[in-house]
Write a protein that binds this ligand. Structure first.
Ligand code: C2E
Ligand code: MG
Ligand code: MG
Ligand code: MG
Length: 279
């Protein structure tokens, strides 16, 4: 009897596995087609300098504009894109398109402040990543200092290689930001060895401001670390005035979050900037 149950469970498990594989296969195919059909689009979220209260840049966030499902957020498809390797092609498109759109924004008279683009670990580890970034800059004629690349602590998985790649990216003139900082497993020693210009405090800590002393302590430690290392620090996921005041008091340099604006499609983003800047 127990044996029968066991094999039933086993059958069920096998069936589920087949189902999951099937699903994954579909999403993967859909993603590939989405890329060919141009169904990805870019959203922009502004960043603000806390010492001047001025707009000081933006982060580009990808969305999948599905013909039936509508806008799909990256959390729903990036892991499959990552596993299948499609992230490399998607990421390349994001990089090229971001640079083109940013260049156009500047030509239209918007301020010459930097734009951040996320790089996945797999994309970062591509042999030709420096070439890819260089091409995106050349094709768009975007000045390199206006491009900032966001990588996560996972890049320290191969520290020697990463140091080299970051150096080469830096020599193109772009800046590097370490995203989701505090959630990964990189040692402080590694952080001080990487040529980065910015640390980005993860929103899980920001969310707990006023609620949990431990998160507040980590935030203040990250800010001190960044300033000790002479790099800029930005907080993501700022939603409330209380969070904003805490970050200001602790001398965080920049912020980004729903408190100021959700990520917006280009058209809405231009309206937002025009209103904010009183252009
Ligand atoms: P991330 O780079 O840490 O981006 C921040 C995420 O927080 C974004 O989610 C953003 O929409 C969201 N967010 C911003 N402000 C707030 C806020 O005040 N409250 C809350 N609750 N959330 C806020 P999104 O756009 O869904 O992106 C999720 C993640 O997907 C990103 O995390 C990034 O790791 C990845 N991602 C997005 N676009 C790209 C891309 O083009 N390439 C790669 N490789 N990854 C990307
Ligand atoms: Mg990011
Ligand atoms: Mg982040
Ligand atoms: Mg994050």
């Amino acid at each position: 009897r127990a044996k029968a149950n066991g094999s039933d469970a086993c059958e069920l498990y096998k069936r589920e596995m087949r189902y999951q594989l099937h699903e994954k296969f579909h999403v993967e195919n859909d993603l590939r087609r989405a890329l060919e059909r141009g169904e990805f689009s870019l959203f922009f979220q502004p960043q603000f300098d806390l010492s001047t209260n001025q707009y000081c840049g933006e982060e580009v966030l990808v969305r999948w504009d599905h013909p039936v499902e509508g806008l799909i957020s990256p959390s729903k498809f990036l892991s499959i894109a990552e596993e299948s390797g499609l992230i490399v092609a998607i990421g390349e498109w994001v990089l090229k398109e971001s640079c083109l759109q940013k260049k156009r924004l500047i030509e239209q008279g918007f301020p010459e402040v930097p734009m951040s683009v996320n790089l996945s670990l797999k994309q970062f580890l591509q042999k030709n990543i420096v070439e890819t970034v260089k091409n995106a800059l050349q094709e768009s004629k975007l000045p390199p200092h206006l491009l900032e690349l966001e990588v996560t602590e996972s890049v320290t998985i191969d520290i020697d290689r990463t140091k080299g790649v970051l150096q080469r990216l830096l020599s193109l003139g772009v800046h590097i930001s370490l995203d989701d900082f505090g959630t990964g497993y990189s040692s402080l020693q590694y952080v001080s060895q990487l040529s980065i210009q910015e640390l980005k405090i993860d929103q899980t800590f920001v969310r707990n401001i006023g609620k949990e002393r431990q998160s507040e302590g980590i935030i203040s430690m990250i800010i001190n670390l960044a300033h000790y290392l002479n790099i800029t620090v930005i907080a993501e996921g700022v939603e409330t005035e209380e969070q904003l005041l805490f970050l200001k008091e602790h001398r965080c340099n920049k912020v980004q979050g729903y408190y100021y604006s959700r990520p917006l499609a280009l058209k809405e983003y231009k309206v937002f900037l025009t209103d904010t800047l009183h252009l």
